[in-house]
Design a protein around this ligand. Sequence first.
Ligand code: TUI
Length: 308
Amino acid sequence: MKTRITELLGCQYPIIQGGMAWVAEHTLAAAVSNAGGIGLIAGGSAPIDYLREQIRLCKEKTNKPFGVNIMLMSPNAEDLAQLCIDEKVAVVTTGAGNPGKFIPAWKEAGIKVIPVIPSVALAKRMERAGADAVVAEGTESGGHIGENTTMCLVPQVVDALEIPVIAAGGIADGRGIAASFMLGAEGVQIGTRFLASEECQIHPTFKELVVKAKDTDSVVTGRYTGHPCRNIKTKFAKMLANGEKDGSLTPEQFEEVTLGSLRKAVQDGNVEEGSFLCGAIAGMINDIKPCDAIVKELMEQAERLIKN
Ligand code: TUI
C-alpha cells in the first residue's frame, strides 16, 4: 500500500508506532521498523544519555528507518531535540505541545518532522511551520489527549491541509486502517495494539490488563489539571476519577499522587499506584503477538477491505 507517507518515510507499510512514554524503547521500535512500519523510541522525560543509548541500540537491531518521539512538556525537550540531529534520526514525531521552534533545525538536518496534533488550528500552524505530515490524534488514544474524536478530527484536518495526514486514536485492526483511509488519511499511528506485542518490554501485568480490558475499561483522568490522560480503569484510576469529580482530590494532590505513576505501571506493574496509559480500543485486543505478525495481520485485513 503506497501512499505519500510510505514515500516520505521510505517504509513498506503506512503504519507508525505510537511514541508511548516509558514504553517505547529500542526493542519495540526496531521490531516495528523490521516489520515494515516505522518504529519510534519515546523520548518522554528520559535523560539524554538514555535516549542516545536507545537510538544506538536500535540502529544495531534494524537498518530500516525509525524515529524518536519528543514529548514537549519534558524539561529535557530542548536537549533531546538536538540529540535527534546529532544522531541523524530519520523521523521525529512530537506530542503534548507546539514544536514550532524546533522545526527549522530538524528540517535543516534532513529529519522528517511529524507533529501529533489534536485540532485543525494546530495542524494548520504545523503545516505553515514546515512539518512534512501530521498525526491527527483523536481522544480515543491512550495517554495525553485532546477533545475531538478520530472520526471527526481526521477528515477536517485532511480538508484543511496539503501535507499528508496520519490518523491515530482507536485504530487496532485492519478495519480501523481501512476506515482511516476512507477519511482521507494516508497512514495510521498505532499505540495500544503494540502494547500487547511480544517485543514490548512493559511489565506482564500491563499486558494482561490490556488483553483483559473490555470496551468500557478506559477512563480519562486529570482534565482539571489541564493534562487529561486516558488510562486503563484500575482501582487507582477510578480513585483519581472520583476524586476529581467529587472534589476530594485537589489538582495539587492529583499531581502529587500521580508523580512517577507511569514508571510504576510500566516497570513495576504496580496496580495500586501506577497509571496504565492505554487507548479506548484495548477491549478489542485479545492476544499478545510478535510485531511482525501484528503488522502483517493489520495490513492483510486493510488491503482486503479496501480492495472490496
Ligand atoms: O502527547 C501525546 N500523548 C502523551 S504524552 C504523555 S506524557 C504526559 N504525561 C502527563 C501529562 C502530559 C504528558 C502521555 N501521552 N499525544 C499527542 C498529543 N499532543 N495529544 C495532545 C497533544 C497536544 C496538546 C497541545 C499537542 C499540541 C498542543 O499544543 C498546545 C499549544 O502549545 O499550542
